[in-house]
Ligand binder design. Structure first.
Ligand code: GLY
Length: 344
């Protein structure tokens, strides 16, 4: 078992990476917690959840809305939940996002923690305190930054995770390596088969490495005034693509990372062989690197990104593999470069 500490303004968050199946006996999870999960997991893990108070919501990003939040508030009231209640988000990124938001706002804030069950939630969504819901076309438009008291990560859940969901999480893993560690990226690219095979000993090291990258960035810049912005690599174009094409988040971010890499090349940072290596690694991971899209529509949504600043946006470029750079770029210039990029 490994333990990491994230020191946030809203409190400390303990991130625990458990050995196979140890989560079931973890003592940091309060016994009378109210669990928020989705209908699939509620069925799949019925023996774990059967003696617990459970609020189960429909699976899927399309349900990460304020109206789902309202149904959860109603059920919390039915459970007579108060400010001393403890909420556990048990699920993938959609669940940890919505459970964190509910817990941060119900009665002006209740205690909460997470048990992430997908790769994406384990290495990214559950760590760092960002929570929230989508608002029509705009992803995570409404939310807060409030740290969960704990995140208990147990790789046992990856065994039942559908392959498509596992691949979805690999996109954020590749992103972590591309923005922070050239050596580890090369190592990942070389040994990707061990990850794809879900070799448990390899996976535990991999998850620990990924969790540490995320925690280090959030510890340095919880409120995203500086380096945390680098975690948005691939997201400026990824979010509109996700929305328009209805792709899974990681799949859209994968295409977004290729677009951002091509733009990094236009800025004279990456060269063709870097972009080739990034593309090749994403393909080996089973991720898409191009798709047919209405570029004008992508630009329209991108230009309303919540991270824009008047007519510019803090765009994340790669200076080289393993090193990201935040560059304030005019939205018009970004749109022009995007229109020039040919996605094979
Ligand atoms: N998922 C990006 C962040 O936590 O900042």
């Amino acid at each position: 078992m490994s333990r990491y500490l994230l020191r946030g303004k809203s409190g400390q968050s303990e991130i625990i990476v458990e050995d196979f199946n140890a989560m079931l006996h973890n003592s940091v999870i309060p016994k009378d917690s109210i669990y928020i999960t989705d209908n699939n997991l509620n069925e799949l893990y019925s023996s774990f959840l059967q003696d617990k108070k459970v609020i189960s919501i429909p699976y899927g990003e399309e349900n990460k809305t304020i109206s789902t939040v309202n149904t959860i508030y109603d059920q919390l009231i039915e459970f007579k939940a108060d400010r001393k209640s403890f909420i556990v988000g048990f699920g993938g990124g959609m669940i940890t996002d919505i459970a964190g938001f509910v817990a941060s706002t119900y009665m002006r804030g209740t205690r909460f923690g997470f048990i992430p069950t997908s790769l994406l939630a384990m290495i990214d969504a559950s760590i760092g305190g960002k929570n929230g819901v989508n608002h029509f076309n705009y992803k995570n438009m409404i939310g807060t930054i409030t740290q969960p008291e704990f995140v208990v990560i147990d790789t046992v859940f990856l065994k039942t995770l559908p392959q498509e969901e596992f691949t979805n999480g690999l996109a954020e893993s590749v992103k972590h390596l591309l923005i922070s560690d050239q050596q580890r990226f090369s190592n990942f690219a070389e040994h990707i088969n061990n990850v794809l095979k879900k070799d448990i000993s390899f996976l535990n090291d991999f998850i620990n490495q990924q969790v540490k990258i995320k925690i280090d960035i959030v510890n340095e810049d919880e409120l995203e005034t500086g380096n945390r912005k680098k975690l948005n690599f691939g997201h400026t174009f990824g979010h509109p693509i996700e929305k328009i094409l209805g792709l899974k988040h990681g799949f859209a971010v994968s295409i977004g990372m290729i677009i951002a890499s091509e733009i990094s090349k236009k800025f004279g940072y990456l060269n063709e062989s870097d972009v080739h290596l990034i593309r090749d690694t994403l393909i080996k991971a089973g991720l898409p690197v191009s798709c047919k899209m209405d570029k004008k529509k992508v630009i329209e949504i991108m230009s309303k990104d919540k991270k824009k600043n008047n007519d510019s946006i803090d765009f994340i470029l790669l200076k080289q593999i393993g090193e990201a750079k935040i560059e304030l770029i005019k939205i018009d210039q970004l749109a022009e470069m995007f229109l020039e990029i040919k996605l094979p």
